[in-house]
Design a protein around this ligand. Structure first.
Ligand code: 5RP
Length: 225
């Protein structure tokens, strides 16, 4: 419950970055969902925004709330993107993808002039790596990429659904959750993972976030790197 209140506080603060006429990127996950709901309320009372969502789930939610959706053909840049995170480390280094949407989330964040992270305080860490790094891979390449990730020292688990099948992303790929404790050099690791053939994207978001709105039940801190 405390986390829920904190998430709502962060989501509400993110609204203060949204101005009439803006193009807005919508994240995925429980905190991003709260933001989308709050944004929907503002749209209902007259705010005009165009949005690009980072998952089918967020797209459906936004549509149900009457939020206008667009795409990168009509709207190549976003003024702001708002999304949650699984870990927030110093320098606003992030792990994302716990909700399986890391690929579109990274695309949306990369197109935004400001990328605003909304999170409760439990997501703040000194070093990335407590949360497994999600890696999105082409299905056919999965065994090869699993071996390469294991060679880097990771314990690699293909993500599964609650029914036991492989989790399939919105883009039709698998996710490998990779755990190896604190990450000494996230940039070097990101480069190594990126270089593996068959990897589509990874959940290390480095040098992307502009500001993190970190909340607990009764206070919110704005972090800028
Ligand atoms: C989804 C994500 C989410 O932003 C991340 O998992 C945080 O989710 P929540 O706000 O539910 O804690 O990266 O792919």
């Amino acid at each position: 419950m405390a986390h829920e209140i904190a998430k709502l506080l962060a989501a509400r603060r993110a609204l203060s970055f949204i101005e009439d006429g803006m193009a807005v990127g919508l994240g995925t996950g429980s905190t991003a969902t709260l933001f989308i709901r709050e944004l929907g309320e503002r749209v209902r009372t007259g705010l005009h925004v165009r949005c690009i969502a980072s998952s089918k789930a967020s797209e459906e939610l936004a549509t149900s709330l009457g939020i206008t959706l667009t795409n990168f053909e009509e709207c190549p840049y976003l003024d702001v993107a708002v999304d949650g995170a699984d870990e927030v480390a110093p320098g606003l280094a992030l792990i994302k993808g716990g909700g399986g949407a890391l690929l579109r989330e990274k695309i949306v964040a990369s197109a935004a002039k400001k990328f605003i992270v909304v999170a409760d305080k439990s997501k703040v860490v000194d070093h990335l790596g407590g949360f497994p790094v999600p890696v999105e891979v082409i299905q056919m390449a999965c065994p090869l990429v699993m071996r390469s990730l294991s060679d880097l020292g990771f314990e690699v688990l293909p993500r599964r659904t609650s029914a036991g099948g492989y989790y399939i992303t919105d883009e039709g790929n698998f996710i490998l959750d990779c755990k190896n404790g604190p990450i000494a050099d996230p940039r070097m690791l990101a480069d190594k993972i990126r270089a593996m053939v068959g990897v589509v994207e990874h959940g290390l978001f480095l040098g992307m976030a502009t500001v993190a709105l970190i909340a607990d039940e009764d206070q919110l801190v704005e972090r800028t790197s």
